[in-house]
Design a binder for this molecule. Sequence first.
Ligand code: UDP
Ligand code: MG
Length: 133
Amino acid sequence: MTEQTLSIIKPDAVERNLENEIKLFFENNNLKIVKSKKVKISKDEACQFYKVHQTKPFYNDLCNYLSSGPIIVMILEGENAVLHNRKLMGATDPKKAEKGTLREKYGISIDKNSVHGSDSVENGKIEINFFFK
Ligand code: UDP
Ligand code: MG
């Protein structure tokens, strides 16, 4: 089934000029970039975006991090886009990410792991709506 998912190139990767390389990787792997924009969000917005993690010990750092610099937000579209994108990203912790995945290639640490991807079609819709209303 054709789906859409939200992808974010996080501050650590934008800072290292990895935008084009990461976008090419998606397009070469059957994910079409339907929309893309560079934004810088406030800490409040980052906390809102990551609200599902509000009880986690890393929540405050996560909000600070996502709002620390420009990010690229994208709508990706393709067959099973949600799961497919998660596979291309690799595990949350770059040290555990499979070889050839974005996080294995570019991730610095579990917090600075270069990319975000929605974890379900339902959350994808919510996340897309958050950035592209
Ligand atoms: N995160 C972190 N420390 C942790 C777990 C997660 O800093 O121990 C950050 C990391 O940037 C991750 C984000 O919180 O990408 C959201 O966590 P989630 O478990 O949803 O991982 P993801 O869906 O991004 O793989
Ligand atoms: Mg997640």
